[in-house]
Design a protein around this ligand. Structure first.
Ligand SMILES: Cc1cc2nc3c(=O)[nH]c(=O)nc-3n(C[C@H](O)[C@H](O)[C@H](O)COP(=O)(O)OP(=O)(O)OC[C@H]3O[C@@H](n4cnc5c(N)ncnc54)[C@H](O)[C@@H]3O)c2cc1C
Length: 400
């Protein structure tokens, strides 16, 4: 089965890896000219650890752990107001979860996924019939596939072509955010430092194993009509919000973000869909069920969703409808839980000065109940598939 996957990020690469391992022929098309390695730390936890372990990559992920051990809230003069001890929470919960820079994870997934890549291209049209999908690319190329997967993120192109305009599926969650490179001197080693004004947050994230820090901004705003591919416009939006904030390192971080050609800016939105498939087209990761960076679960949902989809396709022996149904049944519960982001947003961006004081008080309590919030909960187990032979597997691979 030839499967076209749109998007070479966490979901797309994981899916391509597992499909190739089970005898499918995946092709990955990515609009960018190469892998997009930006972003700050993402969490590999719970079932996502199992997926990465089964790929044989968990040791590499641990070796590159971002190692951020605390989140500190500071006032305008840079004095600590409250602190969440992430190291202590992780030790107490003993779940083995790892935070890794998004770019490092994407690099590892790519190195483990030997499939056909079409960089610098995008799908222009999809034409489905009973046997397959004829795909026309922006480059003019036309090819035939049995299945097409949209793993192309919040503003998914495949979703638009197969399901309709994104306004039907995106829910704006009242904020915009930006991540960008920043000078390491602005951050404290192995910490995320956060400075709030009512409805605004400027932060710096400094991993233990990277020379550079990451600037992180969030601000509250009703939905604005803008072009999500126009970086100049996004820079202007960010500048307008933070240009007059003189406290702490906000101006230094803003200057870094505005100068970064790979600044990642978007609305804090979620994708809610009743079904993730339409005929021979299916969605995975943010394209289907983005929970937003405020969930801290984007990588987890992408890794587990891609794995489930691949294994269900392998087990269904060509019956894509049955596979898509089972993928949805398995993944929904986790998605619904991770899309509940209200408490995280209130923690990061209180709306008022009173809210900031309450947050600081709560964060000062011993482990502040965070340990319970971050503890894993039971969800539908991951499927396990032992191939019946078409492909050659090592003993290790046979077990999964
Ligand atoms: C550059 C970047 C930085 C990020 N930084 C963070 C971060 O710091 N923290 C965080 O929580 N989340 C971040 N995210 C989002 C995070 O990666 C996702 O929420 C999550 O990991 C789910 O991954 P995904 O593979 O579903 O989608 P994404 O990671 O969003 O990947 C989608 C991929 O599809 C590609 N694409 C888009 N349109 C097309 C098209 N028309 N044709 C072909 N390819 C297309 C994109 O270039 C991208 O490579 C970032 C995403 C990107 C792309």
């Amino acid at each position: 089965m030839r499967v076209l996957i749109s998007g070479a990020s966490i979901a797309g690469l994981t899916l391509a890896h597992w499909l190739a391992r089970h005898g499918f022929t995946p092709t990955v098309v990515e609009r960018a000219p190469g892998l997009r390695e930006g972003g700050q730390g993402v969490d590999v936890r719970d079932q996502a650890i199992e997926v990465v372990e089964r790929m044989g990559l968990m040791a590499d992920v641990r070796a590159r752990a971002a190692d951020v051990g605390a989140m500190t809230f500071v006032n305008g003069a840079g004095r600590d107001q409250a602190r969440i001890d992430i190291d202590a929470i992780k030790a107490k919960n003993a779940t083995g979860e790892v935070e890794i820079m998004r770019g490092d994870l994407v690099g590892l997934l790519h190195a483990a996924t030997d499939v056909e890549y079409l960089f610098g291209d995008s799908i222009q049209a999809l034409d489905q019939d009973a046997e397959g999908v004829t795909v026309t690319f922006e480059s003019g190329l036309e090819r035939r596939f049995e299945l097409v997967v949209g793993a192309d993120g919040l503003h998914s192109n495949v979703r638009r072509l197969a399901f309709g305009p994104e306004s039907r599926f995106l829910q704006h969650r009242d904020h915009y955010f930006a991540f960008a490179n920043a000078d390491a001197s602005l951050g404290v080693d192995r910490q995320m430092t956060v400075h709030n004004l009512p409805g605004k947050m400027a932060g710096v994230y400094r991993s233990g194993n990277h020379a550079q820090a990451k600037a992180y901004f969030i601000y509250r705003s009703p939905e604005v009509d803008y072009d999500h591919r126009d970086l100049e416009q996004q820079r202007a939006m960010l500048r307008e919000q933070f240009a007059d904030v003189s406290s702490w390192h906000t101006q230094g971080l803003l200057a870094s973000a505005l100068a970064d050609p790979a600044m990642y800016f978007d609305s804090l939105s979620q994708v809610r869909m009743e079904s993730w498939s339409s005929g021979r087209v299916v969605l995975v990761g943010d394209a289907a069920y983005c929970a937003s960076p405020a969930s801290g679960a984007g990588a987890e949902l992408a890794l587990t969703g891609a794995y489930r989809l691949a294994i269900e396709l392998a087990m269904a022996g060509g019956d894509h409808e049955a596979a898509f149904r089972r993928y949805e049944e398995g993944q929904r519960e986790l998605v619904t839980r991770k899309q509940q982001i209200g408490p995280n947003v209130r923690l990061m961006v209180p709306r008022t000065r009173l809210g900031m004081r309450v947050r600081n008080l709560v964060a000062r309590l011993p482990l502040a109940g965070m340990e319970r919030i971050m503890a894993p909960r039971k969800v539908t187990p991951l499927p396990t598939y032992v191939s019946n032979s078409k492909t050659q597997f090592s003993d290790d691979e046979k077990r999964v």
